[in-house]
Design a protein around this ligand. Structure first.
Ligand code: HEM
Length: 391
């Protein structure tokens, strides 16, 4: 036991030395960047908002900049042209995802889409999800459900804010609408907060996002991963049990009630695929659960955050809000509710949503911890400069 720490220190020094030599050899292949320190690289240059710090550094070193985060060489991209090269032109080279603890525990060993490794499995799984879960036909089949839920929310807003004149927490309303819409589409019914865990849906999903986004010492100094100094692996293991028990329960419920159903939610569709045995790759309960976690995590927070951002921007720009209200009044009228089929006639609303997504960059900046950290095999940071310049 007494030998553990000296052994670890020796391993640390040897490994760090090896990585440094490697980095020095590779240095010529990297773009310019600020001067770093031994072992920690450029970590000392980063504060609470790394994307702000990267942007400042990029102003001196250019839109394609090299930094080393601990032992990990990283390229920081901060212009639209360069980002396009990485994310579009050469996307196939940079698209794959590295090993990552969160994906290991929450996505059943990277069997999902969001953190899955780029390759035949990912391509096939993506095709399958696009064809069966995210096709227009499937999404349209939930239209009346979406309408009902939005109507319910509007009724409750009217009741609380208009009739009873109480202050309404709009973020909480939007968040619970988003969770309800997602649960109904994915699982076929709403779940109460405590069905997932006593902390509730929002808190659990936020913890998953938080743990996945928290800078993990083991990612900057891989040999430190096993020690789990920050307790992240332990928390991920606990969280994965919460998700797994919940998903197992849902799959069991679906298996039991399959014959009595008219409309199919995502779980039914995935069970059909599993039982058909027609996939070109192994497809069992773990794959179903990995995709369900993806859908849950990908849909709940993003949708709520996008709506919140857009409403915030509208409040900050009253003249835009007025113009939008005018369009709604003229095209729909004051007494009617907007239907999904009306959306194609609401051009100004379309522009507002697109602009909101562009400047809010919602999914990519969930907690304002990062600009856009694309967790790619070759670490790559993309900085949304518009938002930062206008902060
Ligand atoms: C306003 C809402 C949304 C925003 C802004 C958003 C944004 C994004 C972004 C930026 C990515 C790419 C991430 C990357 O390349 O690493 C992504 C991927 C994904 N999103 Fe969304 N999303 C939203 C809503 C949804 C919803 C409602 C669902 C499902 C019902 C969903 C399912 C997915 C899936 C499955 C992926 C992975 C796709 C892949 O890797 O090919 N998203 N989303």
């Amino acid at each position: 036991m007494a030998l553990i720490w000296p052994t670890l220190v020796v391993i640390f020094i040897v490994y760090a030395f090896y990585e440094l030599l490697n980095n020095i050899q590779n240095r010529k292949r990297y773009p310019p960047g600020p001067k770093g320190l031994p072992i920690i690289g450029h970590l000392h240059l980063l504060g609470k908002n790394p994307h702000h710090d990267f942007l400042k550094l990029a102003k001196t070193h250019g839109p394609l900049m090299y930094v080393r985060l601990g032992l990990v060489p990283t390229i920081v991209v901060s212009s639209a042209d360069t980002a396009e090269k990485f994310l579009k032109t050469y996307d196939h080279i940079f698209a794959t995802r590295p090993y990552n603890e969160a994906a290991q525990y929450l996505a059943y060993g990277q069997k999902n889409l969001i953190t899955g490794k780029y390759g035949p499995y990912w391509r096939n799984m993506r095709k399958l999800c696009t064809q069966h879960l995210l096709s227009n036909q499937k999404i349209n089949s939930f239209q009346s459900m979406r309408r009902q839920q939005v109507e319910l929310m509007i009724k409750s807003l009217k009741n609380e804010a208009c009739d009873h004149r109480v202050v309404v927490d709009l973020s909480a309303k939007i968040s619970s609408l988003s969770a309800d819409l997602t649960c109904l589409m994915v699982f076929g019914k709403k779940y109460m907060d405590e069905d997932l865990d006593k902390r509730g849906f929002k808190a659990v999903i936020e913890e998953a996002e938080h743990l996945a986004a928290t800078p993990h010492l083991g990612e900057f100094f891989p040999f430190l991963g096993v020690i789990d100094l920050q307790g992240i692996t332990r928390r991920l293991k606990d969280l994965s049990k919460v998700f797994d028990e919940f998903l197992e329960k849902i799959i069991d419920e679906h298996v039991q009630s399959r014959d009595q159903k008219q409309s199919k939610d995502f779980v039914d569709t995935l069970l059909d695929i599993m039982q058909s045995g027609e996939t070109e790759f192994q497809f069992d309960r773990r794959h179903i659960k990995a995709i369900l976690v993806d859908m849950l995590v990908a849909a709940v927070g993003t949708t709520a955050t996008a709506i919140e951002w857009i409403i915030t921007e509208l409040l900050r720009h009253p003249q835009v809000m007025k113009k939008l209200q005018k369009e709604l009044e003229q095209v729909i009228g004051l007494e009617k509710m907007v239907k999904e089929s009306d959306l194609e006639n609401l051009n100004y609303l379309d522009m507002v949503v697109k602009e909101g997504l562009r400047i809010g960059c919602c999914e990519l900046d969930v907690e304002e911890h990062f600009g856009l950290a694309t967790s790619r095999e070759h670490p790559l940071m993309v900085i949304p400069t518009y938002r930062l310049n206008n902060a």
